[in-house]
Design a protein around this ligand. Structure first.
Ligand SMILES: [Cu+2]
Length: 386
């Protein structure tokens, strides 16, 4: 009779645990929310997903065995039933078993885990290299083999909606806080090496569908790689708390088939030609103000604020600022070279000559700074080249 009872309770506990587990697994299908990690679109992400599933199932089996034994003993061998404790001590067989079995399980898990680590750390055989630099609060991408580079920051509609008291419903913005002005465009089916660093503080470049994230550390260059298997748009975020706008520097990667990627590359190259033509001609004050307003909104307003009032003492106001209304030389100096040891970064090499000229012209004439001064892209190009 007693043996039968034990069996019944054990089966009941087992059944309850299996039921609970299946409810957990089925929940995402029922609610539409994915609780498992994504399978992703790269060899690494597939490896990580497989590894994660193997280890999950090992844990599930161990969990069911341990909890079944535990609850069976608690229920059937309880004191109120008058159960007598066994009084043996030491069992060499049991000790050998509970040492060897866990060691085997751990070794069994270490083999695929080590393989995944080795795969992750091996950028050999890559066909192109992208350098990624984290800034407060944007990413700069350099195509080292192509001589193309640009800055990628939060898209204007997200940026407008996220301002305090903007009155804009975030639900009305597509991909709110997960969209950028210039996504990183990459070809599919090519092994791509990344060199990842930062200009100011720690950041971390993370696209969940690629299966890894890598810290961006000032003064260090971290390496990683990817091989995107499916065309598409993949979104991620900065994954290292990097200051007040950490939540506003998303990562967007657009993966294109090789021929479309080549088209994009040649478009970028002709864009560079257009940009050098714009630096040669003279701009009007209206043109510079119009462009300057956009550049200011995407590059400067996170710190100096949309109305130019800044957030003193950390971020000075540009409205009425001695530098923004004073001598142009020192204004150029701080915008091009930044200010060592502060969040004011060097925009030389980060923005194009026409962007910098427009931002400076704009800040010298907006927010009541009516200097009437106008800085030409050609003047910036002269300084930044020389
Ligand atoms: Cu960051």
């Amino acid at each position: 009779m007693k043996k039968e009872n034990t069996l019944i309770v054990a089966i009941a506990v087992l059944a309850a645990m299996c039921a609970a587990f299946w409810v957990l697994l089925a929940a995402p299908a029922l609610t539409g929310n994915e609780i498992n990690m994504p399978v992703g679109v790269t060899p690494q992400s597939a490896t990580h997903y497989g590894l994660h599933m193997i280890i999950l199932w090992i844990c599930v089996v161990i969990g069911i065995l341990v909890f079944t034994a535990m609850f069976t003993s608690i229920v059937l061998h309880r004191k109120s039933r008058g159960h007598q404790a066994a009084n043996f001590s030491h069992s060499t067989k049991a000790e050998i078993a509970w040492t060897i079995i866990p060691v085997l399980i751990l070794v069994g898990m270490a083999v695929p885990a080590t393989r995944a680590l080795v795969q992750m750390e091996d950028p050999s055989g890559s066909e192109m290299t992208i350098k990624i630099t984290g800034f407060q609060w944007k990413w700069k991408y350099e195509y080292l083999d192509e001589g193309i580079e640009f800055v990628s920051s939060l898209k204007a509609d997200s940026n407008a909606a996220r301002q305090l008291y903007s009155g804009i419903d975030p639900e009305s913005v597509d991909n709110y806080l997960l969209d950028v002005d210039n996504p990183l465009v990459l070809p599919v089916g090519k092994k791509i090496k990344f060199l990842i660093t930062a200009d100011d503080v720690l950041h971390s470049w993370w696209v969940p569908d690629f299966g890894w994230k890598r810290d961006a550390i000032p003064g260090f260059i971290n390496e990683s790689w990817t091989l995107i298997e499916q065309p598409g748009t993949y979104r991620g975020q900065c994954a290292e708390l990097c200051g007040k706008d950490h939540g506003f520097m998303p990562v967007v990667v657009v993966a294109l088939p090789e021929n479309e990627y080549q088209d994009w590359l040649s478009e970028q190259r002709s864009g560079a030609v257009v940009e050098s033509a714009t630096t040669v001609r003279n701009w009007t004050l209206e043109e510079l103000m119009e462009k300057g307003e956009q550049v200011y909104a995407s590059q400067c307003s996170t710190c100096h604020q949309a109305d130019g009032q800044g957030l003193p003492p950390a971020f000075p106001a540009l409205a009425g600022s001695a530098i923004a209304t004073g001598n142009i030389e020192s204004h150029l100096q701080i915008v091009l070279e930044g200010r060592e040891g502060t969040a004011m970064q060097a925009f030389r090499g980060l923005l194009s000559a026409s962007d910098i000229a427009a931002a400076i012209t704009y800040t010298r004439n907006a927010f009541g700074n009516e200097t009437g001064d106008l800085v030409q892209p050609a003047a910036i190009a002269d300084v930044t080249k020389g």
